[in-house]
Design a protein. Structure first.
Length: 136
């Protein structure tokens, strides 16, 4: 199964719709609820990062009998220091984003915590690709 979503940057009203749609689909397919929860959390964090930091982007979800991959691609500013960004509490969020209740610095750490595989490819000034992978 292949699903694709376009995410608009700064569209806080629709932010999280892609991860909610994937969660609904996985429930309909009968996947284990604890696995669905992990997938939904990591994908939501990644989707929100696209909205908050990267002017949106594209999400591709591939599901086979044994593996689920979620590839998130953006053309945002990229991540200057991935190791620093992986530290809990580190955030580059603006004051505006913080006032909206986001920017706690848990996005990337939660993606790592709730996925079986996390790969980050980023080029400053070009964009970022994040791959979330799950054994089924």
């Amino acid at each position: 199964m292949y699903l694709q979503f376009m995410v608009d940057g700064d569209d806080f009203l629709r932010a999280g719709e892609a991860s909610a749609a994937v969660k609904r689909t996985l429930k309909q397919l009968g996947l284990e609820s604890s696995l669905i929860r992990r997938i939904a959390i990591a994908m939501y964090e990644a989707e929100m990062n696209m909205v908050l930091h990267a002017n949106g982007g594209k999400i591709e979800v591939n599901l086979s009998d044994t593996y689920l991959s979620i590839l998130l691609k953006d053309t945002g500013p990229g991540i200057v220091d991935v190791n620093l960004a992986m530290q809990e509490g580190y955030s580059t969020a603006t004051q505006k984003i913080r006032e909206l209740g986001f920017g706690a610095g848990m996005g990337l750490p939660n993606m790592k915590r709730y996925s079986d595989e996390l790969k980050i490819t980023t080029i400053v000034g070009v964009g970022t690709e994040i791959l979330l992978g799950y054994q089924l």
